[in-house]
Ligand binder design. Sequence first.
Ligand code: ATP
Ligand code: MG
Length: 172
Amino acid sequence: MISVFTGNGKGKTTAALGQALRAVGEKKKVIMIQFIKGPFKSGEDESSKRLSPDFSLVKGGIGFVGILGDQHKIEEHQKAAEKTWQMCKDAISGGEHDIVIMDEINNAMDLKLIKKDEVKDFLKKHKKGADLILTGRNAPKWLIDTADLVTEMKDVKHPFNKNIKAKRGIEF
Ligand code: ATP
Ligand code: MG
């Protein structure tokens, strides 16, 4: 099964983490591989260790792309994203995981850090094995068409718009 969490509202990554939490309780092995997200620490970096080895979290990115003081060249982001995509393919083909979560992969495709068509061809060939979860804004149309489950988080209200800063333990 291929699931997609997309849209502009909050909850895409946390929904994927929720699925991981549920699946681990059913003795499933889950890996979350994160695009773009890098050195910056999130609560889940710590809590995932408590669910190890059933759940593992791997960060393949080097941080925000083109925003919030990003000092990296786009080529550096692309290189990191290509490596991250390779990790995803290895995890999917490896057969060790029941669920492979590709967090922020939609953004990585949207920002052209990885080739959309490559992801498309790979996913179209994926017929059995791990369940896949793809998160991030701007999921491409072919992915929405291919996926079995698509949920769009709708931004109804977010404290960011009242200039309330991101809160540790809530936002990250
Ligand atoms: P979360 O990780 O909380 O589930 P997300 O994965 O849906 O959020 P992303 O687009 O990956 O959202 O961005 C992550 C960060 O951006 C989080 O800190 C989140 O709270 C914040 N965010 C998400 N949606 C909005 C929004 N509509 N306005 C402002 N900030 C947002
Ligand atoms: Mg997210």
